[in-house]
Design a protein. Structure first.
Length: 211
């Protein structure tokens, strides 16, 4: 490889030579090398599609909603088939790790509509934590929006996001979630983004999520 890579027309002869992608012209065998553009997207995942790139059962995927030229992004975490709402996609491994690894504790907010009545005692159990199949499930915060004998709407904040954690919290109390929507990740809210639509994250939003 010695001499094949050049920076601003000068052959690179030392390992570890630093370049500025924004200012320096880098070539390999005389052909320009362009840094891969980093993409950060916010998607309102609709109910009834999967986060996998392909589905064995032929169900729609989130990648069907994106332009063909942006297929190199990966979902940052997942939402299950029936769950809708805010989902990030990116081609930046550091960004993905920062938002998904439990040690960073990035909070995610959900709105759950459950069959049956939720009361204050149940909300306390959610925030104290419940055990299910040897795993502790816990909401950092939980508050009631509406409640009746037939149906309750609850908002919850989670820091870890174990598999199906919100649904399992309700199942532990004998209630089934009829609708589940993620409305916020960190400080970024779903806002007016319509189901199935996406937008790029702004530079300030990306910095906020990484801070």
């Amino acid at each position: 490889m010695a001499g094949r890579v050049a920076v601003n027309g000068e052959p690179v002869l030392e390992l570890g030579t630093k370049v500025d992608p924004a200012a320096d012209r880098v070539t390999l065998d005389g052909k320009p090398i362009r840094a891969k553009r980093k993409l950060y997207l916010a998607l309102n995942k609709p109910r009834g599609c999967v986060c996998s790139r392909k589905d064995e059962r032929g169900r729609p995927t989130i990648y069907d909603l994106l332009p063909r030229e942006w297929q190199n992004v990966q979902s940052v975490g997942r939402l299950d088939y029936e769950t809708e709402g805010l989902l990030f996609l990116a081609n930046d491994g550091v960004f993905t790790l920062r938002l998904t690894h439990p040690r960073y504790g990035v909070r995610k907010r959900y709105r759950a509509t459950a069959g049956g009545k939720v009361d204050a005692a149940m909300l306390r159990r959610f925030t104290d934590g419940v055990w299910q199949t040897g795993e502790k499930l816990k909401a950092e915060r939980a508050w009631l929006i509406t409640a009746s004998q037939a149906q309750s709407v609850v908002e919850l904040e989670l820091a870890e996001g174990k598999n199906r954690e919100v649904r399992r919290l309700f199942e532990s109390q004998g209630l089934a979630v009829k609708r589940l929507q993620r409305t916020q990740i960190g400080k970024i809210k779903l806002g007016e983004l319509k189901p199935g639509r996406w937008r790029t994250l702004t530079e300030p939003e990306i910095k906020t999520l990484l801070s």
